[in-house]
Write a protein that binds this ligand. Sequence first.
Ligand code: S3P
Length: 177
Amino acid sequence: MPTNIVLIGFMGSGKSSIGRRVATHLGFQFVDTDAMLVEREGREIAEIFAREGEARFRDFETSVLKSLGVREHCVISTGGGVILREENRALLRDLGLVVWLTASEDVIFNRVSRNTKRPLLHTANPRETVTQLLAARRPLYEAAAQFTVDTTALTHAAAADAVIAEARRAFSWDTAR
Ligand code: S3P
């Protein structure tokens, strides 16, 4: 398995904040697939969704994942819907240790409510949308992940520690890391 840590999880599960901490601690590069996608396309995610639709966004997402195949020593933070395609779930596994960051529905809703950039939550009832998306996606995160960290009651630092501890086991590192 390549020496990368891949973070998956619903919007608001802390992938970027926790991922940055893990990367800093390990001296790994932090990679955010949404940010790569935006840079490549030269447009914001909301604009891609609005102009070309979700399916096209998913195509871009898969293509970004494929482009990461040569990387090592990265912490890769992914978009919340990356697990929707079976092809992506296989690509994630091939990239490295896949860690699912979970949180309770209340915590997720509170976190995503602070930010209006996510097109999937631009609905009449975002709370209900979160409930439905979470229910549909939970089994897919579970299928894709090798390890789970529930961040509900954890600080970012504590969640990062849990990810690092698992990486240490998975990659058989000594404790100096
Ligand atoms: C999405 C999550 C977003 C982004 C896009 C779609 C999703 O990423 O990829 O808005 O389908 O859950 P974050 O999980 O980083 O918010």
